[in-house]
Design a protein around this ligand. Structure first.
Ligand SMILES: *[C@@H]1O[C@H](CO)[C@@H](O)[C@H](O)[C@H]1NC(C)=O
Length: 189
């Protein structure tokens, strides 16, 4: 009599134990997925970007901000992008006049305009780094838009200058990323 009751009780518990095990293991799986998406492709992209540009940020928040469009957040890359744009102009002027102090103002202005041009140069540099896949935008915004890619590209140099406290560092990174294609134009001018 005692044995039968005990057995029946155990049999009742078995399915319950099964349910508990299954549900707790699926809970663990769900939690893991949550953590993965939180530590995120964005973090991985920032790490990749640093190795592409050959510069490791001390303050990674600066690169995070550089890769954040105004449509995504109040903390965005607008000011860094303006700063970066001036740094690119400075880079080109320094490079060109150091090579040839007799460079005409017209040639210098044209080269600056060429390298700064959103569609013919700036966005191409940004695309080469894959920025259209890195820059955070609002769901309704297309991150592959040239102006957005270009803004992010420029902001990188603003961020490097602030992180290092040195304009030189940003200029070095710019030439590494842009390459020497600009000089082909110089000979034409
Ligand atoms: C950046 O950090 C990585 C990983 O620690 C290292 O391998 C790389 O050499 C560093 N790059 C520079 C430019 O310091």
């Amino acid at each position: 009599m005692m044995v039968t009751t005990h057995l029946r009780f155990t049999l009742l518990l078995l399915p319950l134990a099964f349910v508990v095990i299954v549900s707790s293991s699926s809970q663990v799986r769900a939690t893991n997925v949550g953590i993965e998406s939180f530590s995120s492709p964005f973090a991985t992209n920032l790490a990749t970007l640093q190795s592409q540009i050959g510069y490791n940020f001390t303050n990674l928040n600066l690169l995070r901000r550089a890769m954040t469009h105004a449509s995504f957040s109040q903390e965005n890359n607008k000011a860094l992008s303006v700063f970066g744009s001036h740094l690119i102009e400075t880079s080109i002027s320094l490079h060109l006049l150091s090579k040839d102090i007799d460079t005409s103002s017209k040639a210098l202005t044209r080269l600056i305009a060429e390298v700064s041009n959103v569609d013919s140069s700036c966005a191409l540099d940004g695309n080469r780094l894959g920025l259209e896949r890195v820059i955070r935008v609002s769901p309704k915004t297309d991150a592959s838009n040239s102006a957005i890619v270009c803004g992010g590209f420029r902001a990188i140099f603003g961020a490097v200058a602030i992180d290092s406290g040195m304009v030189d560092e940003a200029i070095k990174v710019f030439w590494k990323v842009h390459g020497d294609r600009g000089w082909i134009l110089v000979s034409v001018l």
